[in-house]
Design a protein around this ligand. Structure first.
Ligand code: ZN
Length: 489
């Protein structure tokens, strides 16, 4: 069974086939680097990390481009408001590039902890101004944009004569018009739904570049059209991002691609894929509601909604337990349950490593493996695939205790499936460190037990405990009144 993916463009699941096999071009809208990475970033990155890993697992050569937005993303959706990176720089009295660098580094740190693979190419908007200008020039030459006072706008009315607008979001222009407000800076536009490709900069504006239309900076949408097609050609295979980007960002990208490349652009990408959003205890996550949770706060537990910190794999598992097109409701209860579920699978995997093979099998490994991959192929249903692993936890205990059996081949196939699906495709990591406090408690118990054995002159037991602790890297320092211990290699 082949991989099928839900295509937002056609509103149905379609079998995935690359335009130029075995190569797959995938572009995903990355973060705007002006604040701490939060749960929304984690979900989007993990969703497309799983897709990237699975396509690679299936044998495709994936060129995965995920951008960094460091200019042009304004606070409003209608070309109004301040640039998000610039605003932060102004508030903190630092250079915009310092903001971009700091939050790019924090994003990388959080993603590395979550075991999200780095993309093949990670272009920045400020690093691709010439490509954006070239694209805008071509759109102007083809008559789909106009210049006013040093700003350039895409002419949606003109575009609609040749191409459908609103195809991705399913909105029609009349609805868009009804939703558009009279905003500052709108006066230059011929129609309220036109959007900026290039904006004129005031002399005091901190980030600006030369262009054929004077000093200015690019609109937010053009960066993704320019960088995706620059690295992947047009059309390319997969364009991804969060559901909140469908309109206006991705709708604008499709219009820009058609306006620049004509019919040949074919909606810029063959598949448009969107992950759903994260809610917090049923509410939209927002700073004003006080329920905005950063990834670092999940790890450290320093947030009023959390009583403790959780390891990165707890969060990754929580994301995997929901289908990427469903909303994911975050709460400490859900996170704690995800962590326990993750440990349950990891314990079963460890036990599976100790199962001994038998002459015959009492468990249908191949059929089970096929069911797992059928779920993954069904629009990347990680939630349903994981459920099959939970069903197997009790079976593994039976295998270990000799109440069920597998041949050498079946046992290896079972282990291979666990490894491939949980670690290679879903990107989980086995628990890496024993938490220091738990480890300390365990060692203290054993040291106490040994002192008691010695006082009861049970020297064989005392020596056994000392040797076992030594083998675990714990060295004992005996004093008459107490025994100290320290960690060694
Ligand atoms: Zn984008």
């Amino acid at each position: 069974m082949a991989l099928t993916l839900y295509n937002t463009l056609t509103r149905r699941k379609e079998p995935f086939a690359p335009l130029n096999p075995p190569y797959v071009g995938m572009y995903v809208c990355g973060p705007t680097v002006y604040g701490d990475p939060h749960l929304g970033h984690a979900r989007a990155a993990i969703t497309f990390d799983v897709l990237y890993r699975y396509l690679t697992f299936l044998g495709y050569k994936v060129r995965y481009v995920r951008n960094i937005t460091d200019v042009g993303h304004l606070e409003g959706d209608a070309d109004e408001g301040e640039d998000k990176v610039l605003k932060r720089a102004r508030l903190e009295k630092v250079e915009p590039i310092e903001i971009a660098q700091r939050y790019t580094a924090l994003y990388h740190k959080a993603m590395d902890a979550l075991n999200v693979l780095r993309p093949s190419i990670e272009p920045t908007a400020t690093g691709h101004i010439p490509q954006q200008i070239a694209m805008i020039k071509q759109i102007l030459e083809r008559g789909y944009a106009y210049e006013v006072n040093g700003s350039v706008y895409l002419d949606v009315e003109r575009y609609r004569q040749d191409f459908p607008y609103g195809i991705l979001s399913g909105r029609n222009v009349e609805e868009l018009l009804a939703g558009s407000r009279e905003l500052e800076g709108q006066a230059e536009k011929r129609h309220p739904w036109d959007f900026a490709l290039w904006k004129r900069a005031e002399p005091t504006h901190l980030m600006q570049w030369d262009s054929p239309w004077g000093r200015g900076y690019p609109g937010w949408h053009i960066e993704c059209s320019a960088m995706s097609t620059h690295y992947l050609g047009v059309p390319f295979d997969i364009h991804g991002g969060g559901l909140d980007l469908v309109f206006p960002h991705h709708e604008a990208e499709i219009a820009q691609a058609h306006a620049c490349y004509g019919e040949a652009a074919q909606y810029q990408a063959r598949f448009w894929i969107h992950n759903n959003l994260v809610t917090i205890e049923g509410q939209k996550m927002s700073k004003s509601l006080g329920n905005f949770i950063t990834i670092e706060e999940v790890f450290s537990g320093r947030h009023p909604k959390l009583s403790r910190g959780y390891p990165p794999m707890a969060l990754r598992f929580l994301v995997l337990q929901a289908h990427y097109r469903s909303t994911l409701d975050f709460s400490e209860e859900a996170l704690g349950a995800a962590y326990r579920a993750y440990l349950r699978l990891m314990n079963a995997y460890r036990r599976l490593g100790k199962v001994r093979p038998h002459m015959y099998s009492t468990f249908p490994v191949e059929a089970w493996r096929e069911k797992v991959f059928a779920h993954l192929n069904d629009d990347l249903n990680t939630a349903a695939a994981l459920a099959l692993f939970f069903e197997q936890v009790d079976d593994i205990l039976k295998l270990y205790r000799g109440e069920a059996f597998l041949t050498v081949e079946d046992l290896e196939k079972l282990r291979q499936t666990w490894r491939e699906v949980l670690f290679d495709i879903m990107g989980l990591l086995p628990p890496q460190q024993v938490e220091w406090e738990r480890w300390e408690r365990l060692v203290n118990t054993l040291v106490q037990l040994r002192r008691q054995a010695r006082s009861e002159k049970n020297f064989p037991l005392a020596d056994f405990l000392r040797d076992e602790l030594q083998r675990a890297g714990v060295k004992l320092l005996d004093f008459p009144d107490e025994t100290l211990w320290e960690m060694q290699e």
